[in-house]
Ligand binder design. Structure first.
Ligand code: GLA
Length: 407
């Protein structure tokens, strides 16, 4: 009898602990990331004005509810080895800043690296994981992007260093989402979730361009030549099986609205894209259930940029609670076709014209597993049509059409 009660109690407690474990990042994180616009020349004033703009433009209410501080905030360590922010850039200190952002109904992220120095050469967290995680928690941060510059190349060490920081965050006394950034060099989709990450970069840094046009297409060539939107798409699209609630493939930031601005995304041929290409990035990233990190100056967006970033129907595809990354079903020199199952039974269909001319295609829906009649809504231009068996799609060069198909 006593044994039975003991077993029942154990089962009950186990279930309780499963329920108590909250999924961090149940949908892909969204917000503004400082890197592509400010590089390491950021300040607390910039973070505040960007936060205000996120609220005023309505972006926060559309789900872009994080400010992700990237590299360049650090001012070294104090006499107790606690990390401190650069006093010139952040004179009011980090707690004042996180309070400001939280008071605006947003969350805030910070950045470090698994070596002694970050990519841009600032103080980083190797051998201070516990201490830094506690500092970030005490300051009130909700997210950590953890980079991998200057760290050992082998997989084993990388996994161990990421696990170490993940544990430190879990012991920090605050819920902190953990973004793994080793650029996909060690196939993090195979281990990052288990190591404690909620998202993991899958490629080299995005540049503000459509394609590097390099062969072979891999991280080595892209690190050297600069990854464009299409290149990243081609590396990230077939990793769909690894994404899901609490663990996302991260194909890097949105370059939408940067128009070739000098700086990190302007390097290596980042001369800027057309609005059609920027709209494609937004569409494709949403189909791929990617984290959405805006990097253009949201205080001064033109109409085209605003329209691209504030399309709530497209954002809903990204944030769909099922958390499925679209499957790329067709991939040839002219077309790429994506299908994403949605929580309410609808299906999102994405059609990218990769060629350099306007093209028309009749897509066999049944071959994509979409049978019977559906109502199709074009999520960019809004017309609704009834479709059965096929859908006729016309798309300009580099354009992505996105349809929501409902029964
Ligand atoms: C690496 C990352 C970028 C950015 C910079 C900062 O290149 O991949 O996203 O964080 O470092 O130095």
């Amino acid at each position: 009898m006593l044994k039975k009660i003991f077993i029942l109690l154990t089962v009950f407690l186990l279930q309780l602990s499963v329920y108590a474990q909250k999924t961090l990042a149940p949908t892909p994180p969204m917000g503004f990331m400082t890197w592509n616009y400010f590089a390491d020349k950021l300040s607390e004033q910039d973070v505040r004005t960007i936060t205000d703009a996120m609220v005023e433009t309505g972006l926060r209410d559309l789900g872009f509810n994080h400010i992700f501080i990237d590299d360049g905030w650090q001012g070294g360590r104090d006499f107790k080895n606690n990390m401190i922010p650069d006093p010139k850039k952040f004179p009011s200190g980090m707690k004042a800043l996180t309070d400001y952002v939280h008071a605006k109904g947003m969350k805030i992220g910070i950045y470090s690296d698994a070596a002694s120095l970050t990519c841009a050469g600032y103080t980083a967290s190797l051998n201070f994981e516990e201490q830094d995680a506690k500092t970030f928690a005490q300051w009130g941060f909700d997210y950590l992007k953890y980079d991998y510059c200057h760290a050992p190349a082998d997989w084993q060490t990388a996994i161990a260093l990421y696990e170490k920081m993940a544990k430190a965050l879990q012991n920090s006394g605050r819920e902190i989402v953990f973004g793994i950034c080793e650029w996909g060099d060690r196939q993090p989709w195979l281990w990052a979730r288990k190591a404690g990450g909620q998202l993991w970069r899958t490629t080299a840094d995005v540049r503000d361009k459509w394609t590097a046009g390099v062969q072979p297409l891999n991280n080595k060539t892209l690190h050297a030549k600069g990854a464009g939107i299409l290149d990243i798409l081609n590396l990230n699209a077939d990793l769909n099986h690894y994404a899901g609630p609490g663990g996302w493939n991260d194909p890097d930031m949105l370059v939408v609205g940067l128009y070739g601005k000098k700086g990190p995304s302007g390097d290596l041929g980042g001369v800027g894209c057309t609005d059609v290409e920027y709209r494609s990035q937004m569409s494709l990233w949403c189909l791929m259930a990617a984290p959405l990190m805006i990097t253009c100056d949201v205080r001064n967006m033109n109409e085209a940029t605003k329209r691209i970033l504030t399309n709530r129907d497209i954002i809903a595809i990204d944030q769909d609670p099922l958390g499925i990354q679209a499957e790329r079903i067709i991939n040839n020199d002219t077309w790429q076709v994506f299908v994403k199952q949605l929580a309410n039974g609808d299906v999102a269909l994405g059609v990218l014209n990769v060629s350099d001319k306007t093209q028309t295609i009749n897509i066999d829906l049944a071959a994509l597993g979409i049978t019977g009649k559906s109502n199709a809504t074009d999520l960019w231009s809004k017309p609704k049509t009834k479709v059965k068996n096929t859908i006729k799609v016309q798309a300009a060069s580099h354009e992505t059409k996105v349809y929501r198909l409902a029964k």
